[in-house]
Design a protein around this ligand. Structure first.
Ligand SMILES: *Cc1c(COP(=O)(O)O)cnc(C)c1O
Length: 405
């Protein structure tokens, strides 16, 4: 609930932060009831600056996959912090983590580390161009690949030249992809795609297996690199890579978000064919070699691999989806639930401008459930059946409130 401390912080921020808050974190842009500031997190719950606690279904917008302050990750972080974080050379954990990524990710023969997803997607595009000596990169309409001029969804401050060598196709539409491949001719460096269509402001859409295999064939035939942007899905759907269940392996993958359970880390993985090009680009950043987030990633990936964490997310996701479907029916609403259950989204049927969905999310927010009306939610391994039932008790109240309106 927006309350005293939150309002005071927002007022102070208006004076010293452009727009008070920028980017996706601007709570006022998607909710009338959720606070802007958060004080702490524990498992699948977060607490705001006024002491209100929420069942968290955004998980830091993706990074938190084992739960807030997971003890195993916190232990690894504490141990690395005691030795040092930002040194004049990388710490040994860098090699350990690269080895773990190569062991875990099916297509990976090597790994490079960075900080943000945008670093990783941008490096993939640069590596693909270096490897092929070509310029054109194909992007799906509406897909999010980061917040720099070549890919940001908001074009303020962006020039046409920043995107001179991009062309676009429709996700899951092979004919549209073939058209873009033809237009690029012998200048096609890469095609970049997300594992499924998780664009904001629309129902989520799983990848058509025929689209994925067709894309792989087109890349093989033209010598272009297939880049999988696994920044949002990676380490939540399938540890070996999100298209592994489809049997389609990319040449390059971009990872971030869930890779280190909330610590700042991104990775690029690639095949041997891309190794020389990856070594040829200039890739670095002030904090790219900090050891703490690498130690966090090692602990996170091992925990995901060695426990039933991945299955728990699936089970909790089904429990949530089934519960919401039953509640909607009981209250006389028709809802559309899309995407993998670990990354769900709910929209009221026919609610094309998301206004009704937004009201429902506002009612849920007022009852201590943190949901988003038009960006996919995230489950974590810390969500137990009891937590889902707790959330469902509250969402039932949200449906009831909406039915009364
Ligand atoms: C979040 C995201 C990015 C950008 O990652 P940042 O860490 O925000 O730079 C890129 N691609 C996808 C699919 C994402 O969800």
């Amino acid at each position: 609930m927006i309350d005293h401390n939150d309002t005071a912080l927002a007022k102070r921020a208006q004076l010293v932060v452009p727009g008070g808050m920028y980017g996706h974190m601007n709570a006022r842009s998607f909710s009338a009831t959720l606070p802007q500031y958060m004080a702490s997190g524990d498992g699948c719950r977060i607490t705001d600056t006024d002491g209100n606690t929420y069942l968290d279904f955004m998980c830091g917008w993706g990074p938190v996959v084992l739960g807030h302050r997971n003890p195993v990750v916190q232990q690894a972080v504490t141990e690395q912090l005691a030795k040092g974080d930002c040194l004049n050379g990388a710490a040994p954990v860098m090699v350990e983590l690269a080895e773990l990524l190569v062991d875990t990710v099916a297509h990976a023969d090597w790994a490079m580390l960075a900080k943000n997803g945008t670093d990783a997607t941008t490096a993939c595009v640069t590596i693909a161009r270096a490897a092929t000596g070509r310029r054109k990169v194909l992007v799906a309409h509406g897909a999010y690949h980061g917040a720099v001029p070549w890919c940001t969804p908001v074009t303020a401050g962006v020039t046409r030249e920043d995107r001179a060598h991009l062309d676009y196709f429709e996700y899951n539409d092979l004919d549209s992809l073939r058209g873009a491949v033809d237009r690029a001719g012998d200048d096609l460096a890469a095609v970049i795609v997300c594992p499924f269509r998780h664009d904001v402001h629309r129902d989520q859409e799983l990848a058509d297996p025929l689209f994925a295999t067709g894309l792989r064939e087109l890349c093989d035939r033209t010598g272009a690199a297939l880049i999988l942007d696994d920044v949002r899905c990676g380490f939540r759907l399938d540890l070996a890579g999100s298209w592994e269940p489809l049997g389609v392996r990319p040449d390059l993958s971009a990872w971030s978000k869930a890779i280190a359970n909330g610590y700042a880390l991104a990775a690029v993985t690639g095949t041997d064919a891309m190794r020389e090009a990856a070594g040829s680009i200039y890739a670095t950043g002030s904090f790219w070699f900090s050891a703490v987030s690498m130690a966090a990633a090692l602990a996170t990936i091992r925990e995901l691999r060695d426990t039933d964490a991945m299955q728990r997310m699936v089970d909790s996701g089904h429990r949530l989806r089934d519960g919401l479907a039953a509640q909607a029916r009981a209250h006389g609403f028709e809802v559309v639930q899309t995407g993998p259950v670990q990354m769900p989204l709910l929209r009221f049927a026919g609610d094309d401008d998301f206004s009704q969905t937004r009201l429902w999310c506002d009612e849920a927010g007022a009852r201590g459930v943190y949901l988003h009306p038009y960006h996919n939610w995230f489950l974590s391994a810390a969500h137990t059946a009891a937590d889902i039932d707790d959330a469902l008790d509250r969402t039932d109240g949200a449906f009831a409130a909406l039915a009364r309106r």
